[in-house]
Design a binder for this molecule. Structure first.
Ligand SMILES: NC(=O)c1ccc[n+]([C@@H]2O[C@H](COP(=O)([O-])OP(=O)(O)OC[C@H]3O[C@@H](n4cnc5c(N)ncnc54)[C@H](OP(=O)(O)O)[C@@H]3O)[C@@H](O)[C@H]2O)c1
Length: 229
């Protein structure tokens, strides 16, 4: 059974992958897994107080998710939530082009989580476009990101990948649930990214199947990450 500390936000990893286990092609361009997956992705984002994404994914995709579907806009309003979740980009360098649609076209509150040294260097670079957080000496510590988010009243986090960021959050044992879409596509290629890249988990992690559904040829699966009490 999955248990987590009551003092930290709940973390849901949301990912789509092909039938051959890839989250993007070798070109690493922004993949499209179909309308059913896009709707599911936006729903998970709408149910969250904060989105956390890796800088690689943001550079590849240009933006995260703005809540636009009327029923999801209404869902957030009914729950008394702001129109869009807080969005946190994790980056060792802390350097993201300000020309990205994320800064120019997405009306979302933005955080950049970087190292302590880079946070000091970058004071002023983002101005009013984003708030910069120092979250560790060498890497960005997932626990420190969560502590910053909790201090801002965040209870539910959607972790949006990519594979390098997910690996760091699994290594820190801070993923509680996985919302996985298995799409009827093949990308191939040994360098194409997968849901958890990095250097691999120290031990296999056991998942418990919580729900599954088939929509428009996609298999939607919800797993809970098992933790021994
Ligand atoms: N199918 C899907 O659901 C899905 C979802 C997301 C992404 N994707 C795809 O996945 C690909 C990107 O994956 P990726 O693994 O290359 O990128 P990623 O994990 O999004 O980003 C890697 C970058 O994030 C930063 N980063 C990650 N972990 C860090 C840590 N612990 N500490 C500090 N910084 C950290 C670093 O940024 P800096 O370089 O700035 O230091 C690193 O270079 C793209 O092709 C994207 O389209 C697919």
């Amino acid at each position: 059974m999955s248990t987590q500390s009551p003092s930290r936000p709940h973390v849901r990893l949301v990912m789509a992958m092909t039938a051959d286990g890839k989250i993007a092609s070798v070109a690493r361009t922004a993949p499209h897994f179909g309308e059913a997956d896009a709707e599911r992705f936006e729903r998970v984002c709408a149910e969250s107080d904060a989105l956390v994404t890796g800088a690689g994914s943001l550079r590849a995709q240009g933006a995260t998710r703005t809540i636009v579907r009327p029923h999801l806009v209404a869902l957030r309003a009914a729950r008394g939530l702001p129109p869009n979740p807080l969005t946190c980009v994790v980056s060792r360098t802390g350097l993201l082009p300000l020309t990205l649609p994320f800064f120019r076209r997405q009306d979302v509150p933005r955080l950049i989580a970087t190292t302590d040294a880079r946070a000091a260097d970058l004071a002023g670079y983002y101005g009013d476009d984003a708030h910069v957080l120092g979250c560790g000496p060498d890497d960005v510590s997932p626990a420190r990101v969560l502590a910053h988010l909790a201090a801002r009243g965040v209870h539910r986090v959607a972790l949006l990948g990519g594979g390098e960021l997910n690996a760091a959050w699994f290594a820190a044992d801070l993923v509680d649930e996985i919302e996985l879409t298995l799409a009827p596509l093949l990308f191939g290629g040994h360098s194409a990214p997968t849901p958890i890249d990095g250097s691999g988990l120290a031990e296999p992690r056991q998942l418990d199947l919580a729900a599954h559904e088939v929509v428009d040829g996609c298999l939607f699966v919800t797993y809970r990450v098992r933790r021994e009490p």
